[in-house]
Design a protein around this ligand. Structure first.
Ligand code: DPM
Length: 366
């Protein structure tokens, strides 16, 4: 955290500087986190510092082809490293499973609906994907969505669409290039456009991206005050689900240059179910597998009477950047292992070949 503006820290005037991309969605997400933190820490002052990332600047190339892992996050992380900001708010799904040295995710917030949704061109407002005319063009630059939807709806055609959500809606509504867009429900809802959703895609049609719908707050690993201040923002079930998802992704080395998707849930009894899959670019090859674990049994790990100072300060490397939640460290490591084991099972069944062909194919086709 920074001292107050005069460079003196009198203990009551510290300012927490929040880094954010400047798109409308990014600002909405940053403000959600800021408001939640303000509620928890009424005396804290906040300042939002906006910046553009490579992903905001390159708008004419499909996301999967720019080939940079930290497309929407790099510039923000540099500002974090240089002490220009104290925390950065991201969509968890945009954060690679390995963070830069010295950075951690201090909190993962409660997940919004993680599914994908279909937004129809106004002239097709009564349609579903299944009832659109043959050869209708669907706008998405996600290989994950493209592969799964080609498999399910081989008569539709898929084309890249870039730009922030405002731009995409404009491209859909004001031209005849696309019959529909496929987007994350979370972004559409945060923008206040929920009524434009024509169809929610269930896991038998299109599984979602690792981390989709959750926000991640990143900070410097060594900034213990800020790590502590963020911890009440964490949502336990979302954290367990997304740790399993990120363990799965990291083991597959998927990134956004290959079709990898997941579906997770935690039942009332505390059972974590992780379903994960990989696809060839055309969707013709598919490997999907499900595994489960009980998050409660594994929660007998910590003695809450143990002083916090004695608990590990730095997160074990294997949580994919997430700071271990108090009282939930063991289940986090179990959830992470579940993801790793599921990925290893798919690798044994041939996932490596599917993924490397998808990556090569994605690089070759222009
Ligand atoms: C990543 C992907 C996309 C974003 C790839 C994927 C979608 C790209 C596209 C990794 N990041 O999902 O397979 O549609 O061209 C992104 C969105 C959100 C975060 C927008 C969206 C909002 C939802 C959230 C872009 N990143 O996916 O519709 O906070 O999870």
């Amino acid at each position: 955290m920074s001292d107050n503006k005069n460079g003196q820290n009198n203990g009551s005037e510290s300012v927490l500087r929040i880094g954010s991309r400047d798109s409308e969605l990014a600002m909405k997400q940053t403000n959600m986190v800021k408001d939640a933190l303000q509620k928890i820490h009424p005396n804290l002052k906040f300042e939002i510092v906006t910046m553009k990332t490579k992903g905001d600047k390159i708008l004419d190339v499909a996301l999967s082809k720019i080939g940079s892992k930290s497309l929407f996050t790099k510039e923000l992380e540099v500002a974090l490293e240089n002490n220009q900001v104290d925390i950065v708010v991201h969509s968890l799904k945009d954060l690679p499973t390995t963070l830069p040295e010295g950075m951690v995710i201090g909190a993962v917030t409660e997940r919004e609906d993680p599914r994908d949704a279909v937004i129809m061109h106004p002239k097709y407002s009564d349609c579903k994907l299944a009832t659109l005319p043959k050869n209708s063009v669907i706008g998405t630059s996600s290989l994950r969505r493209g592969a799964q939807l080609k498999r399910k709806y081989p008569s539709l055609s898929f084309q890249s669409v870039r730009g922030n959500l405002n731009t995409r809606f404009r491209k859909l509504d004001e031209a005849d290039d696309y019959a529909a867009l496929v987007l994350a429900v979370a972004g559409v809802v945060r923008m206040g456009w929920k009524e434009r959703i024509s169809e929610y895609l269930e896991d038998d049609v299109c599984m979602y991206a690792v981390g989709q719908g959750a926000l991640a707050v990143e900070c410097r690993e060594g900034d213990a005050d800020t790590v502590e201040l963020l911890s009440p923002l964490s949502h336990q079930n979302t954290t367990l689900r997304t740790v399993a998802e990120r363990g799965f992704m990291r083991t597959l080395e998927g990134g956004c240059s290959a079709p990898v998707a997941v579906h997770t849930k935690i039942t009332d009894k505390g059972e974590l179910h992780l379903k994960g899959g990989v696809w060839s670019l055309d969707g013709k090859e598919e490997l999907v597998e499900t595994m489960s674990m009980n998050t409660r049994e594994s929660n007998l790990d910590e003695d809450p009477s143990e002083p916090r100072a004695k608990r590990p300060k730095t997160p074990p490397e294997n949580f994919c950047g997430l700071v271990p939640l108090r009282d939930c460290q063991f289940s986090m490591s179990q959830a992470y292992s579940l993801g790793v084991t599921l990925a290893e099972t798919l690798l044994e069944r041939g996932a490596r070949k599917i993924l490397s062909e998808a990556k090569a194919g994605n690089a070759a086709v222009s």
